[in-house]
Design a protein around this ligand. Structure first.
Ligand SMILES: [Zn+2]
Length: 209
């Protein structure tokens, strides 16, 4: 059976938090050939819709192909990558038991402070919650839910549960919500299975000697 081709709009969401899933849009970070899933602005929109971080297409922006529109889209994509990579370095350092670099936290805080302008507190039946307003004048607003998600995780108790996939070549991050904190793989059916097969093969070869 042929595996369905992976793209931004169908990528696995196994991170447990939108900010970690966002980090995982670069696959095989630890290998010679990392795979980028956010190559274009439409990829970023497709992923955001798929991950549920935006509920609808930013108004009329994606189909317009004017020069100024394209340069705006490129700027947003570049910002998204800058945000993603700073988040990767922060969470990856923490998952390894190290401190996050000040430089990365500064980068993140620049994003975060801008997000506050579009944030408000709203009433819900269960109490109050943060809400993020769309800012059509600034297309970067689509990154705000991811910035918010990262900020929430950084100050939560769950931060200790952020882990890296057991396959160093994979590089995916996830939140280990298992009771005994035993999750090792981003996906048992993927990296977990590959490791199992490789262990089995090595055992078999060792027996032959
Ligand atoms: Zn993995």
């Amino acid at each position: 059976m042929q595996k369905k081709k992976k793209h931004a709009g169908n990528l696995s969401l196994l991170g447990g938090r939108p900010c970690l899933d966002f980090v995982n849009t670069l696959d095989w970070r630890g290998s010679d050939q990392p795979q980028e899933f956010l190559e274009t602005y439409p990829d970023l929109i497709a992923w955001s819709r798929h991950a549920g971080t935006i509920s609808r297409q930013p108004a009329g922006r994606i189909t317009q192909r004017s020069k100024s529109q394209l340069s705006k889209q490129t700027r947003v994509l570049n910002k998204a990558i800058q945000l993603r990579e700073s988040l990767y370095r922060i969470f990856s350092a923490l998952a390894d038991g190290n401190a996050a670099a000040n430089k990365d936290l500064e980068t993140f805080n620049k994003f975060f402070s801008r997000t506050m302008i579009n944030s408000k507190i709203v009433k819900t039946p269960d109490g109050f919650k943060w809400a993020i307003e769309e800012d059509q004048a600034n297309p970067e607003w689509i990154l705000n839910p991811l910035i918010r998600s990262a900020a929430d995780l950084l100050i939560s108790k769950d931060l200790k549960r952020v882990k890296k996939c057991g396959d160093p070549a994979c590089g995916w991050l996830f939140l280990d919500t298992s009771r005994n904190r035993s999750r090792r793989w981003c996906d048992m059916r993927d990296c977990g299975n590959r490791a199992k097969a490789s262990r089995f093969y090595k055992k078999k070869m060792a027996k032959r000697k």
